[in-house]
Design a protein around this ligand. Structure first.
Ligand SMILES: Cc1cc2nc3c(=O)[nH]c(=O)nc-3n(C[C@H](O)[C@H](O)[C@H](O)COP(=O)(O)O)c2cc1C
Length: 348
């Protein structure tokens, strides 16, 4: 699959995730074989105004390439201005967020609110394309506002006609929750209608899920968000599945321990201690979410005061897991809680 000059082959894309897809997260995903990662959504106006917070969100190191930056906005001038600013950092892709359903985003008429105004959406894309030169512009969409207001065939066409190099479709509407399944039929219909590459997104948690979406809907590749949390192994497992025909399965405990610690240390290097402690905590817990004792582990690690303390907890937890110390968890329930809540998934 090609995005402008960037040839992804059959590699996968890591979704933009606010407060999650930071440099440590992206680095680990890339090491395990992700083909393209994204910085979290960032305000186009924030970039133009040189706001420190905005600059921090999209900052990336050169060795992270290929990388995409995702913009949030609804003003053609601001979006064009932000693309212009970004050009000197040479991201490989610039995306416009037309899918975020979170209220603090939609009430500013950003994100999924743009699905209601395809004409404006087209103007925004055109404004970006006009200044982007050889950087491909992509558009991240949802199916529409709600089940009765699905307009993905229209918005996909608008994106293509406005010069987008590819679209990413999260196969849910703005009002569909994570607990409802994505609707793959729409991916099939979109693919039949457009010539630019289509990237599928929504509830891909295993290499088999990914293979199935690609085979059944004909999307060119996929983008993964929740499935990559504490699980960079998804990328290497998928590659094995495609290249050698078999999925090596979940990594062993040693591998999980090693990567969780590596991730935590990268976070410690990136942020001041207090911030790092909080950021590392949620990532560490995600690495162990499919193993027994995660609730107990999470409550213990919540009490640690720094990343080194968290790393000590990882060692202790792994030892307990090896000794089958924990009673069996209700895996299905825990998995469902994680998928639906993501961030505060262990709170009652
Ligand atoms: C913690 C978190 C943060 C997210 N932040 C963004 C974002 O900044 N921009 C965006 O377009 N989507 C964002 N999303 C949505 C994902 O990119 C993705 O479209 C959605 O989660 C469906 O994919 P999944 O089923 O693989 O999780 C976020 C999702 C999560 C879980």
């Amino acid at each position: 699959m090609k995005l402008g000059k960037l040839d992804l082959g059959n590699k996968l894309i890591v979704a933009p995730m606010a407060d999650v897809s930071d440099a440590p997260f992206r680095k680990i995903a890339k090491e395990y074989g992700a083909g393209l990662t994204f910085t979290p959504m960032v305000s186009a106006k924030g970039i133009i105004d040189n706001e420190f917070h905005a600059l921090r969100i999209f900052a990336f190191a050169r060795d992270e390439k290929p990388i995409g930056v995702q913009l949030l906005g609804n003003n053609p001038e601001y979006l064009a201005g932000a693309v212009h600013e970004l050009k000197r950092y040479k991201p490989d892709v610039i995306d416009i967020n037309c899918g975020c359903p979170v209220e603090k985003v939609t009430k500013l008429n950003f994100g999924a609110q743009l699905l209601d105004d395809p004409i404006l959406m087209g103007k925004l894309i055109e404004a970006m394309v006009n200044v982007a030169e050889d950087i491909p512009i992509t558009v991240k969409l949802r199916l529409g506002k709600s089940d009765g207001k699905i307009n993905i065939l229209e918005t996909a066409k608008v994106a293509e006609e406005s010069g987008a190099s590819a679209i990413i479709v999260h196969a849910r509407t703005r009002s569909t929750k994570y607990k409802d399944a994505p609707d793959w039929d729409w991916l099939v219909k979109v693919k039949e209608q457009i010539k630019i590459p289509l990237i599928g997104n929504g509830s891909l948690f295993t290499p088999q899920d990914i293979k199935e979406m690609i085979e059944k809907t004909n999307v060119d590749t996929v983008m993964v968000a929740r499935g990559a949390l504490g699980n960079p192994f998804l990328f290497s497992r998928y590659r094995e599945l495609i290249e050698n025909g078999s999925d090596p399965g979940e990594p062993d405990l040693e591998e999980i321990e090693k990567v969780a610690i590596k991730h935590a240390r990268l976070i410690a290097r990136e942020y001041p201690e207090a911030v790092a402690t909080i950021k590392a905590r949620k990532n560490i817990i995600w690495y162990f979410k499919h193993l027994d004792g995660v609730t107990k582990f999470a409550s213990t690690i919540m009490r640690t005061k720094n990343v080194e303390g968290e790393i000590k907890m990882i060692h202790e937890h792994v030892e307990k897991l090896k000794q089958n110390f924990y009673p069996k968890d209700d895996r299905e329930l825990i998995d469902q809680k994680f998928k639906e809540r993501v961030l505060f998934w262990l709170k009652e």
